[in-house]
Write a protein that binds this ligand. Structure first.
Ligand SMILES: C[S@@+](CC[C@H](N)C(=O)[O-])C[C@H]1O[C@@H](n2cnc3c(N)ncnc32)[C@H](O)[C@@H]1O
Length: 392
């Protein structure tokens, strides 16, 4: 970086030290990360420690990560030296703008503010949410808020997760023709936090849809049905039963969040069979493939990693979900796999998304099938539950 770049980073450091740092915005991204548009950095206070909150804004999603100040600053330096071409530092009394010219040199400008801004370190600041806590009967009944609609301290993470998930789903739904989502099924709906929130979102933002939660725990089903009645959510219902026994051939959107192990495969299977437009799953515990890998002990270049249990576990997760994505592609879905909420809030944070694709993808069905076969052989997997269900 040249002297202007260095001066800009020093301005950020100074603003942080003087408690004058409001926000940093990096834009005009020209790098290779697909869909990345901007990066916003704000100061946050978490457990009395000041951190930098990074919000990576992609075309269809946001990713949030918190960093220690030093680590955050070195990332910012890296990004400025790399692929972001404009950066604006908003401090309490000025805006400092760094722009890279076509020739690669930086230009630095400063704009004094007429009115002093406030630096806000509060992490719990009420941000504009798609699911509001105030006057929200179901969030209260589910035990996330008090009588006044204030989210309990110990429910903040859950509330945040619900909102991030609705933000992601709303942008995925917007990719479909308007009015597509008429029938929604949530497989393994549990206490129904996300089922209620999705129904609420569809009702107020898009259209009324039939939403069904499928859950084998009767106590949860009864609780959710009684709350749905109290909230007058007349097209939201919960049914008791297992995912594999649930029959419905009219599904536009299928979700399964944290359905254990092969229950996620059962859910994807039901979505594919119903020809759902959108399938969104957040897998959890990947035991079936881990057992296969452990049992068959394939010799491959990755053995130096997988002799360590934690890497074996991570590999099993990636291979399971990678094969799920391939199988979705085989059945004509465009797939995306991404982190949907910072792992500060939950370690189960990967979403596998399939969007039904009218056009044939880049790879032919034969190529995909071959890739599935090769992957299984490489990792020593004799079968994958979803593949078996679909009789591939
Ligand atoms: C970890 S909880 C997640 C609940 C909810 N989806 C969420 O993310 O908040 C998983 C739920 O799926 C249910 N479940 C797991 N396997 C199932 C199956 N095969 N059929 C029906 N329900 C299942 C469990 O009883 C549990 O309530």
């Amino acid at each position: 970086m040249d002297q202007h770049g260095i001066a800009f980073v020093n301005e950020i450091k100074k603003a942080i030290t003087d408690s004058a740092f409001v926000k940093l915005a990096l834009g005009n991204y020209k790098g290779t990360e697909e869909g990345l548009k901007q990066l916003y950095v704000k100061p946050v206070l978490i457990k009395n420690k000041q951190l930098l909150a990074f919000n990576y804004r992609y075309k269809t999603r946001d990713i949030f990560k918190n960093f220690e100040i030093e680590e955050g600053l070195s990332l910012i330096k890296e990004y400025l030296a790399g692929d972001f071409n404009v950066a604006t530092l908003f401090s309490t009394n000025e805006e400092v703008i760094l722009e890279r010219s076509a020739k690669g040199s930086f230009r630095l400008r400063t704009k004094q503010l007429e009115e002093k801004k406030e630096a806000n370190l509060s992490h719990n600041k009420e941000k504009k949410r798609l699911i509001l806590a105030k006057d929200n009967l179901y969030l209260h009944e589910l035990g996330l808020t008090d009588e006044q609609g204030t989210v309990f301290k110990n429910a903040q993470d859950k509330y945040k997760q619900i909102n991030q998930y609705i933000e992601i789903l709303s942008s995925l739904i917007k990719e479909l023709p308007q009015g597509t989502i008429k029938n929604v099924v949530d497989m393994g709906s549990g206490k129904g936090y996300l089922t209620f929130a999705l129904y609420d979102y569809l009702l107020s933002h898009q259209q009324k849809a039939n939403v069904v939660g499928v859950e084998f725990r009767k106590d949860m089903v009864d609780l959710c049905n009684s709350i749905a009645a109290k909230a007058n959510f007349d097209q939201l219902s919960f049914v008791e039963g297992t995912i594999d026994n649930y029959e419905n051939d009219k599904i536009n959107l299928l979700i399964a969040l944290h359905a254990c192990d092969t229950a996620t495969d059962d859910a994807i299977y039901k979505g594919i069979k119903a020809n759902a437009e959108l399938i969104v799953v957040a897998p959890c515990c990947h035991k079936q493939i881990r057992r296969e890998i452990e049992k068959n002990k394939a010799q491959n270049d990755l053995n130096f990693l997988t002799k360590h249990g934690i890497f074996l576990e991570r590999q099993a997760e990636m291979v399971t979900d990678g094969l799920r994505a391939l199988i979705l592609e085989y059945f004509g879905y465009k797939t995306k796999v991404f982190e949907f909420v910072s792992d500060v809030h939950t370690p189960k944070n990967v979403l596998v998304v399939g969007i039904r694709n009218k056009e044939q993808g880049a790879r032919s069905k034969d190529e995909i099938l071959q890739k599935i076969k090769d992957t299984k052989a490489y990792f020593g997997i004799s079968y994958h539950h979803l593949e078996r269900l679909l009789e591939l």
